[in-house]
Design a protein around this ligand. Structure first.
Ligand SMILES: O=P(O)(O)OC[C@H]1O[C@](O)(CO)[C@@H](O)[C@@H]1O
Length: 445
């Protein structure tokens, strides 16, 4: 279970002011529970962990086994909420060099459909030429251009390389129950499909088959992931006292910081495996809160790597930021710094110490320096990188996001702003149905 510490924000905001959010948070929790707030048709994530059945998990695991048994490589085609959660969990739990290992026990997981780079897609299709590969096509709307385009290429290549019958077995669709081109294609081709519930938005969908299927294919225990999320659902429940409820405290603290001019939240890790947890978190908070000309800007850094690039800005740039650090208490492996007789590098003061001890001192030193430099700091401690703890972390952020969005006064469950670029792109590409927009945009060029 995670532990949230907000002590190091108190030089900037007061404990009393954070505590004073209790009533506001209670009202926000009630809006979520009773479905009386904005976006109330998208609350399917709220009690999702506790409602996932053993049968559903067994179905996911059985499909994962088909892909694992028949594929050396599995492509997860999706964008935004349709790939970030899966990638976050898989990368947090995987060996950092899994791609380079000769003896592979799990399929290599590759992501596509999240960009429109010709080079990326060309190089991917080249790489796949001699591979037994499968595809999980994930799109709630079933019409997202980036994903649909990648899937068109991958479907054709899979059928050409492996034959229509095998392709049917190793292509799985995760999409809407009825609507969208991904659903039409899956039904016509006879793919195995999983449904994304109507009332779960993309960025809240990691605990639906959107995240669970790829995570199971990669070889991780989705029962434990869901168990961690379900325990966190209880720990962040509306019946849990404000002071003991981590989602309530996190939501209140970040809103109080925001109201005091801290407009940017930087999610920090000291473990590169967590890079995609930050990417997932950025979509969750960015799409949920960035609207009506409001919202904390969610940014992220990987330390100590980025201390050598962004560290200067964080230490001495404009004082409009705060940090939320995800700290992993216990690492998976043991590696000591060796002693060296010549000590040419001058590192013998570290000899015999665990590398993690050095990292932890970098973390502590950074926290003290940044707080001294005017950056409020919150800390989320994860005991270990396990399925259970990651499941808890994901749900914690989701619940806090729902509360936080209501504290901010926005609808945390829509994303109208994402349509603007799509409309222009379709107009520029002369998509049927966009004739008027095409004329208008051409006149601007
Ligand atoms: O699953 P879909 O419908 O392809 O959408 C993918 C992503 O695109 C968005 O709709 C807009 O960026 C996200 O909210 C969503 O996660």
């Amino acid at each position: 279970m995670i532990n949230l510490n907000i002590e190091k924000t108190f030089g900037f905001i007061s404990k009393e002011k954070v505590s004073a959010y209790e009533a506001e948070v209670k009202a926000a929790q009630e809006m979520l529970e009773k479905g009386t707030g904005k976006g109330n048709d998208f609350l399917g994530w709220l009690h999702l962990p506790s409602s996932i059945t053993k049968e559903h998990l067994a179905d996911l695991n059985a499909t994962a086994k088909v892909l694992r048994d028949n594929c050396e490589v599995v492509i997860v085609a999706g964008i935004g909420g349709s790939y970030l959660g899966a990638r976050a969990v898989i990368e947090a739990l995987s060996n950092s060099f899994t791609w380079l290992q000769n003896k592979k026990t799990d399929p290599i997981m590759i992501y596509a459909g999240h960009n429109i780079s010709e080079d990326y897609l060309y190089e991917l299709t080249e790489y796949l030429k001699d591979k037994k590969f499968g595809v999980i096509n994930i799109s709630k709307s079933g019409t997202t251009t980036e994903t649909a385009l990648a899937f068109r290429l991958l479907k054709k290549q899979c059928e050409d390389q492996r034959g229509k019958e095998t392709a049917k077995k190793v292509i799985v669709a995760v999409t809407d129950a009825k609507k969208g081109a991904a659903r039409v294609t899956a039904d016509k081709e006879g793919y195995k499909t999983f449904i994304i519930p109507d009332n779960v938005g993309g960025r809240f969908s990691v605990l639906t088959p959107v995240g669970l299927l790829p995570i199971a294919v990669a070889g991780f225990d989705i029962e434990k992931l869901v168990a961690g999320a379900a325990d966190m659902e209880k720990a962040c429940g509306s019946d849990v006292a404000f002071a003991k409820n981590p989602a309530a405290i996190y939501a209140a603290t970040r809103n109080e910081l925001y109201r005091n001019g801290k407009k940017i939240e930087i999610l920090v890790n000291f473990c590169p495996k967590l890079h995609y947890v930050s990417e997932w978190w950025k979509q969750l908070y960015g799409e949920s809160e960035g609207k009506d000309n409001k919202g904390i800007f969610p940014a992220s850094v990987d330390f100590s790597t980025d201390l050598h690039s962004m560290g200067q800005w964080i230490q001495e740039g404009e004082r409009s930021i705060f940090e939320t650090v995800i700290s992993v208490e216990k690492v998976n492996h043991k590696l000591e710094v060796p002693s060296d007789e010549a000590n040419l590098d001058g590192l013998n003061f570290l000899a015999g110490k665990r590398v993690d001890e050095v990292n932890k001192m970098a973390e502590l030193g950074t926290q003290l320096a940044h707080v001294d430099g005017g950056v409020p700091n919150m800390r989320i401690v994860l005991p270990e990188l396990t399925e259970y703890n990651i499941g808890g972390l994901l749900y914690f952020f989701e619940k806090a996001c729902g509360i936080s969005g209501y504290l901010l006064g926005v609808n945390p469950f829509n994303q109208p702003g994402v349509e603007a670029y799509k409309k222009n792109m379709f107009a520029l590409l002369n998509k049927p149905g966009y004739e008027e927009e095409s004329k208008a945009i051409q006149a601007r060029l």
